[in-house]
Design a protein around this ligand. Sequence first.
Ligand code: FAD
Length: 317
Amino acid sequence: MKVTEHLAKADKTIISLEILPPTKGKSIESIYTHLDKLMEFKPSFINVTYHRAESVFKKRSDGHFERVEIRKRPGTVGICAALMNKYKVEAIPHLICGGFSKEETENALIDLHFLGIENVLALRGDAAANEKFFTPHPHGHRYAEDLVKQVIDLNKGHYMEDDILDGVKTDFCIGVAGYPEKHIEAPNLDTDIYYLKRKIDMGADYVTTQLFYDNKHYYNYVNQCRTHGVTVPIIPGLKPLTNKRQLSMIPSVFNVDVPIDLYNEMMKAKTEEACDQVGTEWLLAQCKDLLKNNAPVLHFYTLGKPNVVYNVLKQLF
Ligand code: FAD
């Protein structure tokens, strides 16, 4: 079922989760251990992130170094199929432009369609680890809007090869990313929303936001989007902040503010448990407020902290 159908059917706020594939060499059991408890809350869908290959230098036997491409977290598509099979839940693979040719993307979409996957989150992806700015694949897309267009084309049965005249039409529901505190490269929020609207006009069905710790950013973003004519659902992304290291890491990686009250409480916490407690209480308060304001979904970046998300959900439902 498509995300848009889940939203249309729901008479109250629904739950969704987001997970990362395990690092290469690790078992999928770590995902199941992570999700088993959380499934009690019947998430409507589970997103699985995508991670591009990274260039690393490896020393050869002759002493020289060579650059090799390593994908540290493969398995997005396989995990989606496994989750659908095991939990009978909607799984949403993330698709990125970075590192992919258009043809590879088309083939990936064909695989997803054959697997019965009906949703994708279409993203540009970040710059590669060794690059300052995002560089598209020579035969790939520069912006997420171009990827959205490719998915829409396939939904119409238009394949890259001109001689496929009666191509089967896929039927993907497409989500895109939005940034309540603006994307790091955007000169201002208005410009960022202008480009968000282009993704929607191209055919995207809904927006999932970057994480935030002050709900006023989300409410302001939704209002600004509506003013700019973005009418699709905007799903808030939530991630527990549970240690002192994240106080500087999260702002630099995600370009978001950590409110002073959260910062102060975390700095006062003396033990790991106390830090978890601060993160739990903050997330719980955010969720209660979002529920009060009828957010369509609570989307949790569960990442390494399923217990915190579990404790929050347990207190909410
Ligand atoms: P875009 O929409 O292409 O925007 C990128 C920047 O370009 C913005 O500043 C925008 O304002 C600007 N822009 C957009 N279109 C144009 C245009 N036509 N002309 C000029 N400027 C333009 N990354 C991963 O690698 N894997 C993941 O699984 C993943 N999941 C994510 C999930 C969510 C919910 C979010 C919010 C982010 C996720 N990311 C992921 C990170 C994302 O890939 C990065 O934030 C990336 O830098 C931007 O992606 P985007 O799709 O928003 O890009």
